[in-house]
Design a protein. Structure first.
Lengths: 332, 377
């Protein structure tokens, strides 16, 4: 039993966090969102740091990392509310790694690892709201339990920004040439569980930011001549946010460990669903309380806390909300 | 990161589990499973079985009978006791008084009391709360006046768990009423419950059980040698004990057993009532989160060698909320018109479990502790 990151995992998470604190401040992030919705410079740095190769097999230019290796990175992404299409690329790339032919893997994976190619995964049967699609070079498309590869330039897209300012598009691949990609339902389930574990970690990071910034606000905001954090009604609510964050972190550890262990699909699904239920509940609780305890300032677009609220609201629902995972848990 | 127990830890768990299976008397196990009342004799019988095995006080130093287990092994052991459904080990002597004596007691006090606690010869209770001093414990008024070689004690304690079984009570008393910082005038005294002037009066709780009492002190003479630590330093002792207590409050093994019993008991309902099913699943998720959080704290303690921080108060908060949630669902799963013994016991269990968020530092006090010590509010 050991809940530490390895030295390597910790070093990577720390350097990602430092980079984001330096170059992905709230104002910088705003500019990215106002522009393309992703940043080539940031992406190039992700590639230099090895993030784009980390979850890919070593024989195709990656580092063979798993969810636990990415956990600290995803927490740092959550704290900084990163909008880059990282998860989309990772999901699609892992499907290529799992089911792709030798030619497909050679054509795609090293390019992804080096930061030259971005991908997206249309897991919705109707290809709606495909995250990262507008920035992607290639799309992995799931239809009726089988997968195919489509050149993104040949697909028609209606791009938009999600509630939390992520890049997405409704995609139509009618008429576009599609290459079959190996791996069916089992591969799709596996990669979605993998991604769910990752967004659990990301949500933990966003909750950490929400808790930290709210605690800071309680200590500095004065009313009635004293910091509002001296009021017990608010102290107890802050404590409950902190507990929700810690409980969520525990469940993210469970989900990431179990998707890496990978022996038994049912056990993996069970751990991921349990984690997602807790993360969804905690994300809702922490984000709503963070806004409430900030008072009117919590509503303002000018404060990062309202953006954390938006992100956590989406993460709570992404890959299934608590109700869907309660149903899946019961079916296992 | 590895959430699994090591091979050695799994082997240790299996050894404990196997031993408990072979050595927990069936009648005691059945009483626990049926939520029945346990007599003093029941409690002591189980205590002595563990004492004979050498497992009744794992946390004590080896010279006094401890097992030398590390924090993780001790945690595994406690959870296995709960999971097996053994009668509880009453903590007042084994955990609380012993911890105080080991840290602050004289050699003579240790020699006099520890072996008797270990063997179950003395049953202890805890004299902390008073009618006017609950969460605000430092306002306590029970007075102890030094007269030559004794203290003369007058006053009243309340909510004293199992005082009607107890041979001894450890008490916080006020030895210096002269103002100043009110924490400074408090001392820690050990008293023989048979001493003249001590009266125990039952307080029956809403489930009809006699578990807690009022204890009255009327000119009780206590030999001065029964003072622990210095006069006026009782608050230091109490604070030490508080930190010591908190690691042990999640009761995860016990809740796992309750959850399994609930699943079995409500199997028909689980298929037909999705709302019930989801409420149960959420509790199961909460319990898993609590267990992993507890393991994270243990891992931190083992790595740093530091005592638990104030944030472990969350284990008490979440653990007791889960216990209450389980007892509530158990009651709801039972046929509301049934009045056989088991159905009645389930309802009483629900009533009784409401105490868990109140005792041992109410959950509101635990939140105060986290707010102040961990969050710096």
């Amino acid at each position: 039993m050991n809940f530490d990151y390895s030295e390597e995992q910790q070093l990577l998470a720390d350097s990602v966090r430092r980079f984001l604190q330096d170059k992905y401040q709230f104002e910088a992030r705003k500019k990215i969102i106002a522009g393309e919705g992703w940043s080539p410079q940031v992406w190039a740095t992700f590639a230099e740091m090895g993030l784009t190769g980390l979850p890919l097999p070593a024989e195709y230019g990656g580092f063979g990392g798993g969810a636990v290796d990415l956990m600290g990175v995803m927490e740092a992404f959550g704290e900084a509310l990163v909008v880059e299409p990282y998860l989309a690329t990772v999901m699609a790339a892992r499907l290529v790694a799992r089911g792709g032919s030798e030619t497909q893997k050679k054509a795609i994976l090293p390019a992804v690892a080096e930061g030259r190619m971005k991908l997206a995964f249309a897991h919705d049967e109707k290809q709606r709201a495909v995250l990262g699609a507008p920035a992607a070079d290639k799309l992995v498309v799931a239809a009726k339990g089988s997968l195919s590869l489509v050149d993104a330039k040949r697909a028609r897209m209606r791009p938009f920004r999600t509630l939390d300012n992520m890049l997405a598009a409704d995609v139509s691949i009618a008429g576009a040439p599609a290459e079959p990609l190996g791996g069916g339902r089992a591969a799709i389930d596996e990669v979605i569980d993998f991604a769910t574990a990752l967004i659990c970690a990301e949500a933990v990071g966003a909750m950490k930011f929400a808790c930290d910034t709210t605690l800071e606000y309680l200590k500095t905001r004065k009313q009635f001549g004293v910091p509002i954090g001296t009021f017990q009604a608010l102290q107890h609510r802050m404590v409950d946010m902190f507990i929700a964050y810690e409980q969520a972190k525990s469940m993210a550890c469970l989900a990431c460990s179990k998707v890496d262990a990978g022996e038994d699909a049912a056990e993996r699904a069970r751990a991921v669903s349990m984690a997602k239920i807790k993360i969804a509940d905690s994300a809702r609780h922490v984000s709503q309380e963070a806004v409430q305890l900030h008072g009117g300032m919590g509503m303002s677009e000018e404060l990062k806390v309202s953006h954390a609220f938006r992100r956590l609201t989406v993460l709570a629902r992404q890959f299934g909300d608590a109700d869907r995972h309660l149903a899946r848990l019961a079916s296992l | 990161m590895d959430l699994n127990y090591s091979t050695e830890e799994v082997a240790f768990r299996d050894e404990v589990r196997g031993w408990l299976k072979a050595n927990l008397p069936a009648d005691l196990r059945d009483k626990m499973a049926g939520y029945e009342h346990l007599s003093k004799e029941d409690l002591l019988r189980w205590h002595r079985i563990l004492a004979k095995q050498g497992w009744v006080a794992p946390a004590w130093p080896k010279e006094w009978g401890g097992t030398g287990w590390n924090v993780v092994q001790r945690y595994i052991f406690e959870e296995e006791l709960g999971y097996a459904g053994t009668p509880p080990l009453i903590p007042f002597g084994l955990t609380m008084c012993a911890a105080v004596l080991l840290q602050f007691g004289t050699e003579a006090q240790k020699k006099r009391f520890l072996p008797r606690i270990y063997n179950g010869d003395d049953f202890w209770c805890q004299g902390y709360s008073e009618p006017g001093s609950g969460s605000d414990l430092a306002s306590l008024k029970t007075k102890a006046v030094r007269e030559k070689d004794s203290y003369v004690v007058n006053g009243q304690k309340i909510w004293t768990t199992l005082a009607h079984y107890a041979d001894w009570i450890f008490c916080l008393v006020r030895t210096d009423p002269s103002g100043g910082k009110r924490q400074d005038g408090i001392s820690f005294l050990l008293m023989d419950m048979k001493a003249p002037g001590i009266t125990v009066r039952p307080l029956i709780l809403m489930d009809g059980a006699h578990e807690v009492n009022e204890v009255f002190f009327d000119d009780v003479r206590v030999p001065a040698e029964n003072l622990v630590h210095e006069e006026g330093k009782g608050w230091t002792v109490a604070k030490y004990l508080l930190g010591y207590e908190r690691m042990n409050t999640g009761r995860i093994g016990e809740s796992k057993r309750q959850l399994a019993a609930l699943k079995e008991f409500s199997s028909a309902l689980l298929k037909n009532d999705l709302r019930f099913r989801d409420r149960l699943s959420r509790l199961e998720v909460e319990l898993a989160a609590l267990e992993i959080t507890n393991l994270r704290f243990l891992d931190r303690m083992r790595r740093t060698g530091q005592p638990p921080g104030a944030d472990v108060s969350m284990l008490k908060i979440k653990g007791t909320e889960i216990q209450q949630g389980l007892s509530e669902l158990m009651m709801e799963a039972a046929d509301p018109s049934a009045h056989d013994d088991f159905s009645v016991s389930i309802r009483k269990k629900y009533l009784s479990t409401r105490k868990t968020t109140i005792y041992a530092g109410s959950n509101e006090i635990q939140r105060n502790i986290i707010a102040k010590m961990t969050l710096g509010l």
